[in-house]
Design a protein around this ligand. Structure first.
Ligand code: AMP
Length: 191
């Protein structure tokens, strides 16, 4: 089993709900155990137009290889209607592999640690919410990069998630009372 971190983002459609549903979808995979989930954050688009994004990070334990995990993430993106009309286009769902164990991978289709991990508040802030002392292979402590992204707008949402299963996983305990019906509907959306 291997610990990995995934970054999720969306800014098309019901982006908040999509992120919640996508995390449930990941948790339903028999090859993945979701160990922790950050709060949801509303963030300004960077190098892109369109509406604000919603973002979160999940920490997982997986039996998949990095490439199989990438394929699964792309499959889930596709399931939620992801299209790629042009680079940095608004998206219903984006899932990036941020870290995979201590591995450094440099292949044409997969770069880990994710190359923009330390340049994006929407990744660093939720990542550090889950693991405040996290280190990035060959780059050192993740929190040392926070100063570089201090000018990027990011707002933590009050209620991380209405799903009881995911609230149990959430690194943040400021959640509102669980809503079983909402959690059930989210589960129903992942096939
Ligand atoms: P995006 O537009 O962010 O969905 O970019 C997806 C492309 O980035 C795909 O072609 C992936 O093969 C490639 N890619 C490279 N490294 C990563 C990574 N760490 N996580 C996800 N996609 C990656």
């Amino acid at each position: 089993m291997t610990v990995a971190y995934l970054g999720l983002g969306a800014n098309l459609g019901d982006a908040r709900q999509t992120l919640k549903d996508a995390v449930v979808c990941l948790a339903q995979q028999h090859t993945i155990a979701v160990l922790a989930k950050s709060s949801l954050y509303r963030t300004a688009p960077i190098d892109a137009g369109g509406d604000d994004y919603f973002n979160c990070v999940v920490k997982i334990d997986t039996t998949l290889t990095p490439h199989r995990l990438l394929a699964l993430c792309q499959q889930i993106e596709h399931h939620f209607g992801r299209e790629r009309p042009y680079r940095n286009a608004p998206r219903t769902l984006d899932i990036d592999i941020l870290l995979f164990d201590e591995q450094s991978i440099e292949e044409p289709d997969l770069i880990v640690p994710h190359p923009r991990l330390t340049e994006r508040a929407f990744v660093l802030v939720p990542l550090l919410e889950i693991d405040a002392a996290l280190t990035i292979p060959q780059q050192g402590r993740a929190d040392t990069f926070l100063a570089h992204v201090a000018d990027q707008r990011i707002e933590k949402m009050k209620s991380p998630c209405q799903c009881p299963m995911l609230n149990a996983l959430s690194a943040n305990d400021a959640g509102e009372p669980a809503d079983a019906a909402n959690g059930a509907s989210a589960k129903g959306r992942c096939s």
